[in-house]
Design a protein around this ligand. Structure first.
Ligand SMILES: Cc1cc2nc3c(=O)[nH]c(=O)nc-3n(C[C@H](O)[C@H](O)[C@H](O)COP(=O)(O)OP(=O)(O)OC[C@H]3O[C@@H](n4cnc5c(N)ncnc54)[C@H](O)[C@@H]3O)c2cc1C
Length: 324
């Protein structure tokens, strides 16, 4: 439908992603603010059933093509380009995740429409769209006003609560055909699984995060003990992973994963923008650092100015005492 807001519905291994629901919540707000319809675009192969979960949208455009069996950005972009040229939506919201990163920019250059990337928020202001974009790993925040023409908006995870994008309503689905090359230049090769038996830190409610301030690998036992009594897991900053103290699957930040636990206890972590990018959405952040000017204190809800090697065992004892 011309002039409507579109959300690219992202899915992986038979499930819609949390980012999809976040974008549906945001898209609903924008569409209602503009008085237009919200449509979800579902690209895949044998994935049409997933449309049932997209009821927050007024309708779903469903494309089934063998080149879309894996989420390859070039193929997804080519399909979106055809749909946009035919139907001219007002704006297309694309999740900025490992799965969909890059789709928006490819589409924007192919259709020659403006794009705002790294959006933390998008609001309707005076009948137009205003995006808040986070640049340079969070050092700069830019407010971008989009014109009335079609635009592409790349949205960071966490822009809205995923719960607000879920609905029991089954939306009407329109199957749409696109022509794509059967053998695209870029092919999905394999998904690198987390190391066997390792925990998925994105799913933990409690994380004890360690940084270079922990001084050495042997001291990580202090963090493991605390994580164990709290029922959580240990993760780390990049230098900790680079030095082999923890596996890559435990790295939080720009080149690791983004986490959103209920509690994030950062021990001996300075709070560089590349790290903060991956943990700033935690519900409660507690930082332990010996440097009062450490930037981690700017994002922490509580700060402990002390030696982490003393604080962690004391916390472990205190929690044990409470439990016991
Ligand atoms: C492109 C790019 C991508 C990157 N991606 C990531 C990423 O994904 N994740 C990431 O974490 N980093 C990433 N980085 C690196 C990032 O810039 C920082 O270098 C890194 O986060 C610093 O890690 P740290 O805080 O553990 O170490 P440091 O910066 O060395 O900080 C150690 C902190 O420990 C404190 N300290 C020292 N001793 C103690 C003690 N006994 N008790 C308490 N506190 C103590 C110090 O005061 C200091 O604040 C990236 C960098 C680039 C350029």
């Amino acid at each position: 439908m011309s002039g409507s807001i579109w959300v690219l519905a992202e899915h992986w291994r038979g499930q819609l992603s949390e980012s999809t629901y976040e974008l549906l919540a945001l898209g609903r707000e924008i569409a209602d603010g503009l008085g237009v319809e919200l449509q979800a675009v579902l690209l895949g192969h044998g994935a049409a059933d997933l449309a049932k979960g997209l009821g927050k949208a007024n309708s779903v455009l469903s494309v089934d093509h063998s080149s879309l069996c894996e989420p390859v950005p070039e193929a997804c972009a080519a399909a979106l380009v055809q749909l946009i040229k035919e139907r001219r939506p007002r704006s297309v919201l694309v999740p900025l995740t490992n799965i969909s990163m890059g789709v928006g920019t490819l589409v924007s250059t192919a259709v020659k429409v403006p794009a705002a990337n790294f959006c933390r928020d998008v609001r309707v202001v005076d009948g137009g769209l205003q995006a808040t974009c986070v640049l340079y790993g969070g050092k700069i925040e830019a407010t971008v006003t989009m014109g009335a023409e079609c635009s592409i908006l790349g949205i960071w995870p966490g822009a809205r609560a995923a719960e607000n994008g879920r609905s029991d309503v089954v939306p009407p689905v329109e199957p749409v055909t696109v022509s794509l090359p059967e053998a695209p230049r870029v092919r999905f090769k394999r998904y690198i699984e987390p190391e066997a038996g390792d925990v998925d830190i994105t799913q933990q409610d409690t994380l004890v995060a360690v940084g270079r301030g922990m001084q050495g690998q042997a001291n990580l036992a202090l963090a493991e003990e605390l994580a164990e009594v709290l029922g959580g897991a240990v993760c780390g900053s990049r230098p900790v992973i680079d030095q082999g103290w923890l596996p890559l699957s435990r790295q939080v930040g720009k080149s690791g994963v983004s986490v959103k636990p209920k509690l994030y206890l950062a021990a001996g972590i300075s709070g560089a923008p590349e790290h903060v990018e991956g943990m700033k959405n935690a519900a409660l952040i507690i930082a332990v650092n010996t440097d009062p000017r450490a930037p981690i204190f700017n994002v922490a809800h509580y700060g402990i100015l002390a030696d982490a090697l003393e604080v962690l065992p004391a916390l472990t004892e205190a929690v044990r005492g409470k439990k016991g």
